[in-house]
Design a binder for this molecule. Structure first.
Ligand SMILES: Nc1ncnc2c1ncn2[C@@H]1O[C@H](COP(=O)(O)OP(=O)(O)O)[C@@H](O)[C@H]1O
Ligand SMILES: [Mg+2]
Length: 401
């Protein structure tokens, strides 16, 4: 069978499952131009035959530290092709937490069969030195999650790597990039940062909701079948992951929602990821356990009516405008025989509901019109579940007030 047909039948929603993997390295990073430029500025010397560089990258989980280093090394290698040969040894010190293991891994990048039994750290490094000299290659060593190694074995290996050019003619043999989570900086602080120089320290921040949305969009574009997702879904995913600022989480949500949509396909259902798919994402994924249905219990009765109005629309739509809220609120008030509150009071309830993290709001263009308006969405709850709870509580609550 011709291989151009392989993609067909690969999936109705997910075209390239491997691209939803965390380890998949995208062609380009999104929303990190400034940090990429900063990292590149530390490496200007590597363009010349004797140049070497150092950098320390720190930031919270899922802020893209690993992928920043991987794409940077890959791009640099391409950029210098024909000028200077670059080799890369990216070692995750979580899996190889002693200096010995790390040194072995680095060596194995060049010589997978290199015997390491019985060799001391010094001997391993001597082999590395010889090898680098022989093949006249510049090596970039990336020690990812380096805090694991520092805790287990101290900074001996770092020292040795930095001194690799001593007592030989060559210079600029090796560049070093260290990566660590922000929280474990204390280990780094004393041991390493002084040696690397504060100016070589790049702190990268957690992602904003907009940035998470851009990351989700990039993955959706490359991994999913066109037309199976839309902007509203991406926004909801990003809002759901928002508080964490963790890119891994938004990709995980996208992937689970897509898998669920894929699983539902039976030839009759619409071939799209729905709000339901998103909310069905196993809540074990969400480490944030504050999102229990009970959050609505403490709302005042009028606030409950407002929220119920929102739930009814958000059952079928990814987001709604304040105008929608007002209209549906009027309907709900009629149903419960209540006099609707003024626009200003309504707005206050909306703000309270937002503070409780039940809804998310943002200002964006009026759908199909001019100007901007507030859009509301419900990233953490299944609107139907909240609605049932409210319908249960409301009669009692209204009798009381
Ligand atoms: N700016 C970005 N553009 C595209 N994908 C990104 C970006 N930042 C992170 N990712 C993706 O998010 C996931 C988590 O990023 P990762 O580099 O592993 O974070 P960290 O190492 O900081 O914990 C990876 O799958 C990565 O490819
Ligand atoms: Mg990482």
């Amino acid at each position: 069978m011709a291989s151009y047909l392989d993609r067909i039948g690969a999936g109705l929603i997910i075209a390239h499952p491997e691209m939803l993997d965390f380890d998949y390295v995208p062609d380009e990073l999104v929303k990190r131009e400034a940090i990429q430029t900063e990292l590149a500025s530390k490496f200007t010397t590597v363009g010349s035959p004797d140049g070497a560089a150092r950098a320390v990258i720190t930031g919270p989980v899922g802020s893209g530290k690993t992928v920043l280093a991987k794409t940077f090394c890959r791009d640099l290698q391409r950029h210098l092709a024909g000028k200077r040969e670059i080799k890369i040894a990216h070692v995750n010190c979580r899996n190889a937490s002693t200096s010995m293991r790390v040194a072995q891994r680095i060596l194995h990048q060049f010589d997978p069969g290199h015997p390491d039994r019985g060799l001391s750290l010094g001997e391993l490094l001597l082999s590395l030195r010889k090898m680098l000299r022989r093949i006249s290659t510049h090596l970039i060593v990336v020690l990812d999650e380096v805090d694991h190694m520092l805790r287990r074995s101290g900074d001996e290996l770092l020292y040795q790597l930095l001194r690799i050019d001593e007592d030989q003619d060559g210079t600029g043999t090796l560049s070093l990039i260290l990566i660590s989570q922000e929280q474990v900086l204390d280990v780094l602080e004393t041991a390493v940062l002084s040696k690397f120089g504060q100016s070589n320290h790049l702190r990268i921040p957690a992602y904003s909701v907009d940035e998470l949305e851009a990351i989700a969009r990039q993955r959706a574009e490359i991994a999913l079948v066109p037309g199976t997702w839309d902007d509203g879904i991406l926004r909801l995913l990003a809002e759901r992951a928002g508080t964490s600022g963790d890119a891994r989480r938004v990709i995980e949500y996208l992937s689970s929602a897509a898998e669920r949509a894929e699983f539902r396909q039976d030839g009759h259902t619409e071939q799209t990821i729905t709000v339901d798919d998103l909310h069905a994402v196993n809540d074990a994924l969400a480490t944030n356990t504050t999102h229990h249905l009970e959050v609505v219990d403490d709302l005042p009765a009028q606030g409950m009516l407002v929220l119920l109005a929102m739930c009814r629309r958000l059952r079928n739509e990814q987001s709604m405008t304040m105008g929608d809220v007002e209209r549906l609120y009027a309907v709900v008030c009629e149903e419960y025989e209540q006099k609707p509150k003024s626009h200003t009071t309504l707005w206050k309830y909306v703000k309270q509901i937002e503070r409780e993290d039940i809804i998310a709001t943002r200002v964006a263009a009026v759908p199909g019109g001019r100007g901007r308006t507030t859009h509301l969405s419900m990233p953490h709850f299944l609107p139907a579940d909240l609605a049932s709870r409210l319908e249960l509580l409301l009669p009692k609550r209204l009798r009381r007030s």
